[in-house]
Each structure stands twice: as C-alpha cells, then as structure tokens.
Design a protein around this ligand. Structure first.
Ligand code: IPM
Ligand code: MG
Length: 359
C-alpha cells in the first residue's frame, strides 16, 4: 500500500528521533511490501527562523494533503522571547486545529522490563498500570481568547476557557467508544466544584452514558485524579478529560510508567488522517548529543500504521521489536535503572538500529 507521510522533524531532539522512526518505517515497508513516501514540513522554531512563521499556510497544506503526519517535537529557549502568537508551540496548536484532530489518545502502560524505572513503590506497580487518557485537543483554554490589558496602571492577563456541548459530546463519544474496546470503565475528569465549563462537561458525559449502558462511567475531580494516579493507577481504564487537564495528567501518567521518552500519542478527528507524536518535548539540553530516546516516536509511527493505515500486523511488529530490544537489556539514558547490571547503555541511533534488527 502506498502512503504519503508528512514529516515534521521540528526542533531540539526532534530531528534525531524522527530520523530513527523513518528508518523503522522504511524497514516495515521493505518487510511488508508497502511504499511510504515522505514530505518534509517545517513547523515550530525552525519555521520561525526560516519563514518568520511557526506554521506557514503552505506547510499546513502539505499536512492536509498527506495521508498522515509524523511529528518529533517543537520549541526551545531560543524562541522564549518571541510574542505569544508567534511561538513555536503556536505552530503546533494551529496544526492540531487546522487538521481538526480533536481527540488525543495517550496511553500510560508500564513495560514489564521497565518496572524498576517507575518512581512508584513496587507494590503499587505490581497491581498493574495500563490506562489511556483521551484528551480533548482543540478546545478549552488553549484556544479561548488570550489577551493582556492594562487596568488601573497594571497589566492583567486573561485566558478564556470555553466549551460547547457539541465539543464535549464528540470527545465524550471517543471516550466511551475507547472504553468499550478496553475494560469498559470510563472516568470523566473535571473541576465541576469550581468551573461552569466542567459542570457542562459532566452533564454531557452523563447524557451520553445512556447510549453506552455497557460502559461504567465515573466522575472525578482533576485534583483528586492527580493524586489517584500516583496512589493507585490500577483503578483506571480510560480517562476522558479537557485539553489542559489532559496535558498535565498525561505528563504525570507517563512518569509513573518509567519515562516520558517511551510514550507515543495519536490525534484524530473526523477522517483517518492523524497526527502522531511522542508526548515529550524537544529537550534542547540534550539535542544533537545522540542520547535521546527515540522509542516514543517509533511507537507513534506504529500507532500511525494501526489507526490511520489499518496496518495492524505491521504495528504489532514494531511494538514487539521494541519489546525484544528492552528484553535484551538495551537502554537509553532516561530508562537506565539505578543498578544497570544486565543493561547496555545505548544512544539514540543505536537504539533505532537495534529495533530495526528485530524487525
Ligand atoms: C503536549 C505539549 C503541548 C501541549 C505544548 C508543546 C503546546 O505539552 O503535547 O502535551 O501543551 O499540548
Ligand atoms: Mg504536555
């Protein structure tokens, strides 16, 4: 099958981790008889430097013309002082909105080989960590009006948080559908003791529940959820939540699985064209040193094969190659245990090469 993939290498460690993911995809194409072609897209800090815009229209168009988009990471201290609307991250937000990918799927699953890398006590880890955060991605406070005004001689900054019933309903459905395919438990996370948007969120989730009698819906306040994720993560199956809560909780959830460097994500909307990226950032402090962990991006490429291209066995092959490399003890720095006996420290390129060897 021929597929055109828009590739955003991005900033910081982005180019080096994406490179490894592309080598993995090439190997998959060779082994399974597919043809993947790649279209380079500038987005983020590098696009600001080159075009004066974190996502020029022409670059968004390349993504919309592709079958799917693979992204490394964007941003870095170099662009800290550029004004809000021109920040590298704004390119990412415009890309998500431009592609209409409202549903962001972030798995938190512990790899048995990395159980000792989790900061949680062994007895908590042993109960199992395998849940998924469904994060609303193109609404809420990220996309409300942002402004800084002057009142009584001082600056006042305002960020608006709004959600319509329809925006909540469409992500709610994804939450229920996802839970239906897993353990049939959906936890809706909000702050309904304080926010109107959360009260509307909760109301819509309960309306939807009538359509999914086979799924058990529960509600949880976001502060409590942050606590429960470290107290007893085994209680969760699928969490559905709004944009900013999902951003924060998914970083927390990734950490308890050992390393944020291991977690991929998929973002989908109404079509099969998705945006696939690791959930970590551009890590400018380690960029260009060949120490970054490419596994999050490689697993994001696997998700792309599974969810956008319907290539289930190809995705399985990548995931099992990753598992075999972990079994063999290869570790990038971020997943090297305190006692590294039996492990071999490898860089970004070697990690990629080892995974390809197992494909
Ligand atoms: C993420 C990131 C982004 C977000 C940033 C880079 C805008 O933290 O994908 O979680 O907040 O959505
Ligand atoms: Mg984040």
């Amino acid at each position: 099958m021929a597929q055109n993939i828009a590739v955003i290498r991005g900033d910081g460690i982005g180019p080096e981790i994406v490179e490894q993911a592309l080598l993995v995809l090439n190997r998959v194409a060779e082994r399974f008889g597919h043809e993947f072609t790649y279209t380079d897209v500038d987005m983020g800090g590098n696009a600001i430097d080159k075009w004066g815009d974190p996502l020029p229209q022409e670059m968004l168009q390349r993504c919309l013309d592709s079958d799917s988009v693979l992204l490394g990471a964007v941003g870095g201290p170099k662009w800290n002082d550029v004004p809000g609307p021109m920040r590298p991250e704004k390119g990412l937000l415009r890309l998500r909105a431009g592609m209409g990918v409202y549903s962001n799927n972030r798995p938190a699953k512990i790899w048995p080989q990395l159980a000792s890398a989790s900061p949680l006590k062994q007895e908590i880890v042993d109960k199992g960590i395998d849940f998924l955060i469904v994060r609303e991605l193109i609404g809420g406070i990220y996309f409300g009006k942002h402004e800084t005004v002057t009142e009584n001689g001082e600056k006042v900054a305002i960020d608006e948080l709004r959600y319509s019933e329809e925006e909540i309903r469409r992500i709610g459905r994804i939450g229920f559908e996802t839970a239906r395919k897993r353990g049939k438990r959906l936890c809706s996370v909000e702050k309904s003791n304080v926010l109107d948007s959360s009260r509307l969120w909760k109301k819509v989730m309960h309306e939807l529940a009538a359509e999914y009698p086979d799924v058990a819906l529960s509600d949880m306040l976001v502060d409590n959820c942050a606590m429960q994720i470290v107290r007893d993560p085994s209680q969760f199956d699928v969490i559905v939540t709004e944009n900013m809560f999902g951003d924060i909780l998914s970083d927390e959830a990734s950490m308890i699985t050992g390393s944020i460097g291991m977690i991929p994500s998929s973002s989908l909307g109404q079509t099969s064209r998705g945006l696939y990226e690791p959930i970590h950032g551009s890590a400018p402090d380690i960029a260009g040193k060949d120490v970054a962990n490419p596994i999050g991006t490689i697993l994001a490429a696997a998700m792309m094969l599974r969810y956008s291209f319907d290539m289930e066995k190809e995705a399985d092959a990548i995931e099992s190659a990753v598992s075999q490399v972990l079994d063999a003890g290869y570790r990038t720095r971020d997943i090297l245990p305190a006692d590294p006996t039996g492990c071999t420290l490898v860089g970004c390129q070697e990690m990629g090469r080892r995974i390809i060897e197992n494909l």
